[in-house]
Design a protein. Structure first.
Length: 296
């Protein structure tokens, strides 16, 4: 049995310079997603917020805790409830591997993606691609938050948003792509470098590219070449994560996109999340097809 904290707003805490607490309005917004994230719980597991008192759940001793992402606030909640804390990477490691610059350094992001730290280079890039939109992403983000599609003509609010993003540690800029289908690969990395990979999943998203649902890729739906590229991408990400001191769940987002000339291309590393994801339980549900590797 495990007692869970589903802190789906972990990226906001990672971006915060001081102590973090989820605002009530955000907590209400996240509640439907927390209900969907219950798919991560095994039979007998409980959410920390469930009404049943913990001492009566496990009379023989404190249960083990689990987090969507083991941020300081999530671990504090578990500790105050008398729950045994799970082994976790440090806050500095969580920040390093979850910022967008990390996966950009692995060759991730859209073709032509760049990380911007100053206004001069950012606006020069916008000017150079006049008429072609960019998708800008703040250093940390989740569920489509912290993203904005911008063209050459910027409103005052667009400029304010860009300035604020640069103050918060910079932002990733990607040429806007026409994505046709998204696919993801989930994995679990242990502290010794052992890797278990799940099955590829189709990822269904809305117009803002926020998650709606996940389904396992059926046999024959993904070409062997794309499947191998996705697996190599997940293994490469796992090696980098392990080298940075991270262990735990992660997910690689990939996609098929259409070029202006009509060709269909595959990007095997669009994004990397070093935490649980909404589709994790779907991707990792078929243990017999998961693979274990030593990536250190």
């Amino acid at each position: 049995m495990r007692i869970w904290v589903l802190n789906l707003d972990a990226e906001l805490e990672l971006a915060s310079a001081g102590p973090y607490q989820t605002r009530q309005a955000l907590a209400r917004t996240l509640q439907p997603w927390i209900e969907r994230a219950r798919s991560l719980l095994s039979p007998g597991d409980r959410l920390l917020d469930d009404a049943q008192p913990l001492p009566f759940l496990v009379p023989q001793g404190p249960p083990l805790g689990a987090c969507w992402c083991p941020t300081p606030s999530a671990l504090r909640r578990l500790s105050r409830a008398g729950v045994a804390l799970p082994p976790s990477p440090s806050l500095s490691v969580l920040r390093e591997v979850n910022q967008r610059r990390f996966y950009l350094g692995l060759g991730g992001g859209a073709p032509g993606a760049r990380y911007f730290d100053d206004e001069a280079s950012l606006y020069a890039a916008l000017e150079a691609r006049a008429g072609s939109p960019w998708l800008f992403k703040r250093r940390f983000g989740f569920a489509g938050r912290g993203q904005r599609r911008l063209g050459h003509e910027l409103s005052a609010d667009d400029r304010r948003w860009l300035t604020d993003s640069l103050r918060q540690g910079g932002l990733l800029g990607e040429p806007w792509l026409e994505i046709e289908r998204e696919v993801c690969q989930h994995g679990m990395l242990d502290a010794g470098g052992g890797l278990q990979l799940g099955e590829p999943c189709w990822q269904h998203t809305d117009a803002q590219r926020a998650w709606l649902g996940s389904t396992q890729v059926a046999p024959g739906e993904l070409t062997g070449e794309a499947r191998r590229a996705l697996q190599r991408s997940a293994e490469h990400a796992a090696q980098a994560l392990s080298g940075a001191g991270y262990f735990g769940p992660f997910g690689v987002d990939a996609y098929f996109w259409r070029t202006p000339r009509g060709a269909l291309e595959f990007n095997p590393l669009g994004e990397l999340n070093a935490r649980y994801t909404m589709g994790f339980s779907v991707g990792m549900s078929t243990q017999k097809t998961a693979s274990a590797r030593d990536v250190t």
